[in-house]
Design a protein. Structure first.
Length: 302
């Protein structure tokens, strides 16, 4: 009997630990699954943001509806009110507070009027209202969870084109444009000038005073910066410099093999007479207010 009591005593003494072990045995895999799901969601958010030009938060207003005459209403289309733009303002303008049409990646039972959601997509129509074709979306609670790391993810994607241009730029500086004039060839008596080609860049040169060198520039130096002044569709997003403008310049050396540049009237002759730098991509010139951002990216790249 003593042995039995002794045995029973041991059993009672161990019971709490056994219960705890059993609980851990059940919760352990559940916690691991939750962590894996969270990690997968973070990865999904990053992947969606990487391939989406527009990332917005909004509230579903109508389902099976469309604001765009050229986009028929289907089971995949919803109308939303935009509450925040994480990315895409540079393409469609700041749409906060406006209504938009979303072509969902697939019909969802979670898309109900009044539901908050997060949308990752690309523009289909930009007119009186915005229409986007979604790469993916998160509704309700999933949207709140996805929001957590979205700002950093979107900022990384937003910074990448700038990082790429900075990587190949020999000179980065804050400067002020002192003058701007087109690069031309003086007419000579009897010389027939070639007509401007289609999508003519209309190369111009700006004299830019270096205010602060961030890399490779000499402070207070006057730098000749060549840029395409054309508003043609091919050059619309290229930097357009004007007198008095103060910006961060990420300049590149003109390449002699660039036929579009070197065969333009007067450019080759201009470069033979004096040195010049080139800005011809959207991220070659950024606002002066971005100086801290540029400095941080330069430090990170070292």
């Amino acid at each position: 009997m003593k042995d039995k009591k002794h045995s029973f005593g041991i059993s009672r003494h161990r019971h709490p630990n056994i219960t705890r072990w059993r609980t851990l045995a059940v919760l352990g895999p559940l916690c691991a699954m939750a962590a894996m799901e969270a990690s997968a969601q973070e990865e999904s958010v990053a992947a969606l943001a990487q391939r989406s030009a527009i990332v917005i938060a909004g509230k579903v207003v109508r389902v099976n509806a469309s604001l765009e005459p050229m986009q028929a209403a289907t089971s995949n289309t919803i109308v939303i009110t935009i509450s925040r733009m994480y990315a895409g303002a540079e393409i469609a303008g700041d749409q906060k507070g406006r209504m938009a049409t979303v072509l969902l990646s697939h019909p969802s039972p979670d898309a109900k009027p009044g539901t908050d959601a997060l949308f990752f997509g690309n523009p289909r129509f930009i007119g009186k209202s915005l229409t986007i074709a979604d790469e993916g979306e998160f509704f309700a609670g999933a949207a709140s969870a996805a929001n957590a790391g979205l700002e950093a993810t979107v900022q990384t994607r937003r910074d990448q084109p700038l990082v790429d241009r900075m990587a190949s730029a020999p000179s980065i500086f804050r400067g002020r444009v002192e003058s701007v004039h087109p690069i031309t060839v003086a007419d000579r008596a009897g010389e027939r000038r070639e007509p401007a080609s289609e999508h003519d860049p209309e190369w111009s040169v700006a004299s830019v005073r270096v205010l602060t060198s961030l890399r490779g520039a000499t402070e207070d130096a006057l730098v000749n910066v060549i840029f395409p002044a054309s508003r043609d569709v091919m050059w619309f997003n290229a930097p357009k410099l004007k007198e008095g403008q103060e910006s961060i310049f990420i300049t590149h050396a003109p390449e002699r093999g660039d036929e579009r540049l070197m065969r333009a009237p007067g450019v080759a002759a201009f470069l033979e007479r004096q040195p010049a730098e080139l800005v011809n991509q959207p991220f070659d010139v950024v606002p002066a207010s971005d100086e801290a951002r540029v400095r941080a990216l330069l430090t990170k790249a070292r």
